[in-house]
Ligand binder design. Structure first.
Ligand code: PLP
Length: 448
C-alpha cells in the first residue's frame, strides 16, 4: 500500500528533475514499486505497460536476473576501482574493447561517463582541446538544431534548444548557434525528403558562413530528435549534414544517447544512416538504465591529435566514477542480451508492429502525424488536421492524456506540444505491443 507519508516526504524533500516544483507539490508523486519485462507496478498495485522504457533507457526490459548477478558479482569482487593514476579494472577495459569493436569506422576510443549530459559535456571539452592542439584556438563556436536535446550540464545545456532549459537560468551561450529542425510534419518547405535535406544544408552552410568557417568547432545532431518530439529526419539527411561538416573541416558529433543500443533497430543509428561521426555520445541503453553510465566514442584521428597535443601532460578531464566497474559489468551483460539474447532482433520485429499499429490510428480525429523508426515513435495530436493546429498548451492537455493513459495501464511520454512519445523496451511481445496500441486508442477516444 502506498503510504501517504511517502507522498508528503517526497513533497517536502525530493527535488524532481525538469518539473514544475509548484505543480508537483500539488499533484504529488506517483510511486513505482516494482517491474518485470515491460510491465511496471505502482505502489497501489496498478500494473502498466511501460511504453517509454523508463526514460527511453530500459531497452532490455526490467528484472533480468543475469544483469543483477553481473552487478552483484562485480560488487563482491571489486565494487570500485579508479581509472586515474594509470590504474584500471577488467570490466571497463573489456566493455571499451567490445564497444570499439562494434562502433562505426574509426570510433575506437571510449571515454566512460556517468550519463548522457556529461558525455555531451565531455565532447565539448575534448573538441576545444582538439582545436587548440591543432593550433586553431579560435574555433570556439558550436552549432546544434532547434528542438534538439543534448542534456542539461551547465555547458552542454547550451546545445539543447528547448526553452525551459534556458528560461530563468540567465546563463549566456553566445558561442552556441542553432539551425531549424528538419521537422517533416511542420517544415516550411513541405514534406518532400530532398527539399528538407536541401533546406537543412542551406541553413547549416549559411550559419557556418555567418559565424565564419574558421570559427566553427563542431556541429551536433541527434539521428532522431528525441526530447524535441521524436522528430525523424528523412533518410539521407544525417549523411548530407555529416558530409557538409567534412567539406568545411568541422567536427561532427552524433548524439545517440536515445538512438543508441537498438532503439531504432541496429546497435547504433549511425550505422543505418551510413555515417561515421567524429564523436558519438551514448548512455541510457548502454546499461539499460540498471545503473548510470554513458560513453563517448572518439574517432582515432581526434584521439591522436589530443594525445599528441597533451604529450606528457595529463588531459585534465575526468570523474571519480569514470569507467566504473559495476556499471561496466552491467554494460557487458546488457550487450550480451542485445546480441546473443536476441533483444536487437526482437526490437526490430516489435518496432515494425508498433509502427503498423500506430499508423492504424492515423484516421483518429485527434491524430495529425505518426512517425518513428524501430522502437522509437510518436503520435502528434492536433485539434485541426488540415490546419495542423497544436493542442492548446495552456489547457495542459498533455498532462491529461498522460493521466488517462496511466489509468488505462499505459505509460507514455506526453510532450507539452501534444506529441505522444513511445520508446518501449525491446523485449515487448506482440501482445504487449497490441496492448500499447489499444490503450492509446482508448485514451485518445477519452480525450476527444
Ligand atoms: N543527449 C540526448 C540526445 C538525450 O536524449 C539525453 C537525455 O535524454 C541526453 C543527452 C542527456 O542524458 P542524461 O539525461 O543521461 O544526462
Amino acid at each position: 500500500m502506498l503510504s501517504n507519508s511517502l507522498i508528503e516526504l517526497d513533497r517536502a524533500h525530493l527535488v524532481h528533475p525538469v518539473a514544475s516544483y509548484r505543480g508537483h507539490e500539488q499533484q504529488g508523486v506517483r510511486v513505482l514499486a516494482s517491474a518485470k519485462g515491460a510491465t511496471v507496478t505502482d505502489a497501489r498495485g496498478h500494473q502498466l505497460i511501460d511504453g517509454f522504457a523508463g526514460l527511453w533507457c530500459v531497452n532490455a526490459g526490467y528484472g533480468h536476473d543475469s544483469i543483477v548477478e553481473a552487478a552483484a558479482r562485480q560488487m563482491r569482487e571489486l565494487p570500485y576501482a579508479t581509472a586515474y593514476f594509470g590504474l584500471g579494472s577488467e570490466a571497463p577495459i573489456r566493455l571499451a574493447a567490445e564497444l570499439a569493436d562494434r562502433a562505426p569506422g574509426d570510433l575506437k576510443h571510449i571515454y566512460f561517463t556517468l550519463g548522457g549530459s556529461d558525455a555531451v559535456d565531455s565532447t565539448i571539452r575534448f573538441i576545444r582541446y582538439y582545436w587548440i592542439a591543432r593550433g586553431q584556438p579560435q574555433r570556439d563556436q558550436f552549432i546544434s538544431i532547434e528542438q534538439g536535446y543534448h542534456g542539461s550540464s551547465t555547458v552542454g545545456a547550451g546545445l539543447t534548444a528547448l526553452a525551459n532549459f534556458h528560461t530563468g537560468f540567465g546563463i549566456p551561450f553566445e558561442w552556441q548557434h542553432k539551425i531549424p529542425s528538419p521537422y517533416p510534419y511542420r517544415n516550411p518547405v513541405g514534406q518532400d525528403p530532398q527539399a528538407i535535406i536541401d533546406a537543412s544544408l542551406a541553413q547549416l552552410k549559411d550559419k557556418i558562413e555567418t559565424i565564419g568557417p574558421d570559427r566553427v568547432a563542431a556541429f551536433y545532431a541527434e539521428p532522431i530528435q528525441g526530447s524535441g518530439g521524436v522528430i525523424v529526419p528523412p533518410k539521407g539527411w544525417l549523411k548530407a549534414m555529416r558530409n557538409l561538416c567534412k567539406e568545411y573541416g568541422i567536427l561532427f558529433v552524433a548524439d545517440e544517447v536515445i538512438t543508441g543500443f537498438g532503439r531504432t533497430g541496429p546497435l547504433f543509428a549511425c550505422t543505418e544512416d551510413e555515417i561515421v561521426p567524429d564523436f558519438m555520445t551514448t548512455a541510457k541503453g548502454l546499461t539499460s538504465g540498471y545503473v548510470p553510465m554513458g560513453a563517448v566514442f572518439m574517432a582515432d584521428h581526434v584521439y591522436q591529435v589530443i594525445a599528441d597535443g597533451a604529450g606528457a601532460s595529463a588531459v585534465g578531464h575526468g570523474y571519480t566514477y569514470s569507467a566504473h566497474p559495476v556499471s561496466a559489468a552491467v554494460g557487458l551483460e546488457v550487450l550480451k542480451l542485445y546480441e546473443e539474447g536476441g533483444l536487437l532482433e526482437n526490437g526490430v520485429k516489435a518496432g515494425a508492429r508498433l509502427m503498423a499499429g500506430l499508423e492504424g490510428l492515423r484516421d483518429h480525429p485527434l491524430v495529425g502525424d505518426v512517425r518513428g523508426r524501430g522502437m522509437l515513435a510518436a503520435v502528434e495530436l492536433v485539434t485541426d488536421k488540415v490546419a495542423k493546429t497544436p493542442l492548446p498548451a495552456e489547457a495542459a492537455p498533455a498532462r491529461r492524456v498522460f493521466d488517462r493513459a496511466w489509468d488505462n495501464g499505459l505509460v507514455i511520454r506526453a510532450f507539452a506540444n501534444g506529441v505522444l512519445g513511445y520508446a518501449p523496451p525491446l523485449c515487448c511481445t506482440d501482445d504487449e505491443i497490441d496492448a500499447i496500441i489499444e490503450r492509446t486508442a482508448k485514451t485518445l477516444d477519452q480525450t476527444l
